[in-house]
Design a protein around this ligand. Structure first.
Ligand code: GTP
Ligand code: MG
Length: 198
């Protein structure tokens, strides 16, 4: 798959208004500011593809990017910052869990976590929903450039051990990633290639 061919196709204000459930799709999820939009841009070598921001909560719509007529990447809005009212957060959680459970074309979830504080409450919740539905998950420990090699590698090993102890390592994998240093792209591509193959 040529990720640099990705083009923006549409935004949906809610999961209920997504395009038709066909082909293969992979969604990028994670807390606000985890680096979802940046990772999509890095992968697709196009810094103008998905809008990134220093302000958490930049992406409020669900954005769809096409790699071909029937292969898509989805940039999900993140949250975890106090700006959003609790009722809206709960509503979004409900939609998100439904999307994970019901979307047939969703082949896997890329779950992004800042390498400096992985496995927060939101992350665990997303992981549990995915595992319940036997949805494969690939964890990107993002902003790996913010840590020295040793500590970053240690975090990765800890996350992998956690997955193994929870007996979900057949369904959930993890890697380090940095949009700034452009590291981890090939590993991410391999996972996506497998999931998006039709
Ligand atoms: P929301 O849309 O708010 O959910 O955020 P997001 O997860 O899409 O994050 P986004 O890609 O907009 O990045 C948030 C901030 O982190 C921006 O200031 C990025 O420049 C920065 N950032 C993203 N990836 C990296 C990285 O690999 N290294 C460093 N140092 N900064 C990064
Ligand atoms: Mg974003």
């Amino acid at each position: 798959i040529k990720y640099s061919d990705a083009i923006f196709t549409q935004s949906a204000p809610s999961i209920r208004q997504c395009p038709a459930d066909s082909g293969a799709e992979v969604a990028f999820a994670g807390r606000s500011n985890a680096g979802k939009s940046s990772a999509i841009n890095t992968l697709c070598q196009n810094h103008k593809l998905a809008r990134t921001s220093k302000t958490p909560g930049r992406t409020q719509l669900i954005n769809f990017f096409a790699l071909s007529d029937n292969q898509h990447l989805v940039d999900l809005p993140g949250y975890g910052f106090a700006k959003v009212p609790l009722a809206m957060k709960k509503e979004w959680e409900k939609h998100l869990s439904e999307y994970l459970a019901e979307r047939q074309c969703l082949k896997g979830l890329i779950l992004l976590m800042d390498v400096r504080h992985p496995m927060q409450e939101f992350d665990t919740m997303m992981l549990n929903w995915a595992i319940e539905g036997e949805m494969p998950v690939h964890i990107l420990l993002t902003k790996a450039d913010k840590l020295k090699k040793g500590p970053a590698q240690n975090t990765l090993l800890k996350v992998r051990k956690h997955l193994k102890d929870a007996k979900v390592d057949d369904l959930v994998s993890a890697q380090l990633f940095s949009s700034l240093k452009k590291t981890g792209i090939k590993e991410l591509e391999n996972t996506l290639d497998n999931w998006l193959r039709i």
